[in-house]
Design a binder for this molecule. Structure first.
Ligand SMILES: [Zn+2]
Length: 90
């Protein structure tokens, strides 16, 4: 499973997404929100930033995560960011 966290506002005016992969999103989500997962998520939560956890590709794993990260543009594949854009254009 490749998943994406979308922060409701950018952390330190920059990062607004965290991309990851796991075999067990429920367990991984618990790790993230309890501060035992990504340091970025831990820092953003500590700064009071709410976030959404979005399951993106249920049948993919680390290989696709790496490929997406190399493009350095998680926003492009974020459903929330792109839904908002379509809403604004309508
Ligand atoms: Zn987004």
């Amino acid at each position: 499973m490749v998943y994406l966290y979308h922060f409701v506002k950018p952390y330190r005016g920059r990062a607004q997404h965290y991309l990851g992969s796991t075999n067990d999103l429920k367990r991984r989500h618990q790790e993230h929100i309890s501060g035992r997962g990504s340091p970025l998520i831990r820092a953003a939560l500590a700064a009071g930033i709410d976030m959404y956890c979005i399951p993106l590709f249920p049948n993919e794993g680390h290989k696709l995560e790496r490929a997406i990260k190399l493009q350095k543009n998680s926003r492009r594949i974020c459903p929330l960011c792109n839904t908002y854009k379509r809403f604004k254009l309508a």
